[in-house]
Every structure is written in C-alpha cells, then in structure tokens.
Write a new protein. Sequence first.
Length: 127
Amino acid sequence: MHTFRVDLSQAGPPERPEYFSGNVRLQYLVRPEQPGAIEVIAVFFEAGARTIPHIHETDQVLYFVEGEGIVATEQERHYAKAGDIVVVPAGTWHWHGATRTSPVCHVSIRPAGPSNWSVPRKDWEAY
C-alpha cells in the first residue's frame, strides 16, 4: 500500500508541455511500469490553463481537489469545483483545466495506456 498527499511543492513541469496551454505542473503520485496498471497524477492548472483536446483509450476519472475547472467534450462543458468527480469514458474527445478566473487542481486516475493528442481541436479555441 502507498499513501500520498497532493502537494504543489512536489509538482514539476510537464514532460510534454505541448499537451497543455498555459502554466501547468504535475505531481506523479503513481507511475506504473506496465500497461493497464493505474496511473495517478495531480495536475495543477493556473487560471486559464488547460490541456489540449485528446482521447484516452481507457476511462479517466478526474477528482477535483481545489479551485474551479472545466471538463469539456464535443457535447457539453461541465464546470467542476473541489469535491466533484468527473468520469470521461474511453474514446471521448475532451479537454480539461482551469476556468479563466480560477486555478484548479484535479487528480487524474486511469489505467496506463496510450492517448491520442493529435485529434482535431474543433471548438477548443472558444474555451
């Protein structure tokens, strides 16, 4: 068993900054070595920062720890705050991050596996 605490002071810049817009820091809580094992990452977004659109091959759970954020798909935008949990089904085009006025931290939980970061941006620019 492992116990972790979400802590911005333990977060660093993303290994792939091109997957984000704005200032983002990542705290890798669980980094599995084998596909299918659970990956857990605390993601700290400054106000206005977010991911670029992408698709995961597995479901993704986003647990919002602090601040106010957005999770958007082609069909909807959900505004989330501390305590909210959003489940993004596998194969869903989406992006997530902070609102324009509030930083946010969420914990991403999903089985390790590939993601497609080169999907069309669609209405992403509209925020």
